[in-house]
Design a protein around this ligand. Structure first.
Ligand SMILES: [Zn+2]
Length: 265
């Protein structure tokens, strides 16, 4: 059975080898590595060399993070990487919420967002969106200008109820984190989501629970365990979220384990 962590900042992960090995031991099989710019992408490439013996299965994503001001050179460099590297998704891109950008920085990021969405549309890539709280609705309005983009995920979503409903209605995906185990806000989000829209992520090493200083991909195993025990009659959440992640990132769908077992008999 596969388990996907659809949002990991590998370049920022502490104690890299131990953390990755721990997740593999817990059964986390597939990783989407999110680079917030060219520098992060190169650092992740270095990490992957170190991790090669561990047999990590991963997809790569790059996009200029909306909370950071970026330069025209960064935009050009991302364009070059998209031509030359095996990249499955653009992101995380979107709109800022937490940081103040100057008018010039904001305008450049705004143009950069449209440019990157245009690339995703032309190259038929998945899009990982960072646009939370008050930024989610304007992001939805921007996406209306890209009607051919269907494989879109709102990562670690926090938004008003009616906006979440609109995201679901538009059949975008939603990234759910281990916060759903303990946080009422995220449980309310969960209750609005159809199972086919949910992908799981940690955004490692960004911390979640106040008792933990960092998150790590191994937390996905705990999250799936929680989901299977809390909603046992609904479905196997490792299987459901694997199907969703594979649809989002345009990967071939696996056979259900029961079919494989039947054939083996
Ligand atoms: Zn992130």
């Amino acid at each position: 059975m596969e388990m996907w962590d659809t949002h990991v900042h590998l370049d920022q992960v502490h104690h890299l080898k131990d953390t990755v090995q721990r997740a593999i031991n817990c059964g986390v099989t597939h990783w989407v590595l999110v680079a917030i710019g060219p520098q992060a992408y190169y650092q992740q490439s270095q990490c992957l060399k170190v991790l090669a013996p561990l047999g990590l299965r991963f997809l790569r994503s790059i996009g200029l993070h909306p909370e950071h001001p970026y330069s025209l050179n960064d935009i050009r460099e991302v364009a070059r990487l998209l031509e030359q590297e095996p990249i499955a998704a653009i992101g995380e891109i979107g709109l800022p919420t937490y940081r103040f950008l100057t008018r010039q920085e904001f305008n450049r990021n705004w143009d950069g967002l449209y440019i990157q969405l245009g690339w995703a549309e032309r190259k038929n890539l998945a899009v990982i969106i960072h646009a939370v709280h008050a930024s989610t609705e304007p992001m939805l309005r921007i996406l209306e200008e890209f009607p051919n983009l269907h494989r879109v995920v709102f990562h670690w979503l926090k938004a008003p109820k009616e906006i979440i409903t609109e995201i679901v209605h538009r059949q975008y995906f939603v990234g759910v984190t281990p916060d759903v185990i303990w946080r009422q806000r995220d449980q309310a989000l969960w209750s609005l989501l159809p199972p086919s829209s949910i992908v799981l992520e940690t955004d490692s090493p960004w911390p979640h629970h106040p008792d933990k200083s960092v998150s790590e991909p191994a937390d996905i195993a705990e999250l799936i365990h929680y989901l299977n025990h809390t909603f046992p009659n609904q479905r196997d959440w490792a299987w459901q979220t694997t199907l969703n992640a594979r649809r989002l990132f345009n990967q071939e769908l696996p056979e259900h384990p029961s079919q494989v077992n039947n054939r083996a008999m």
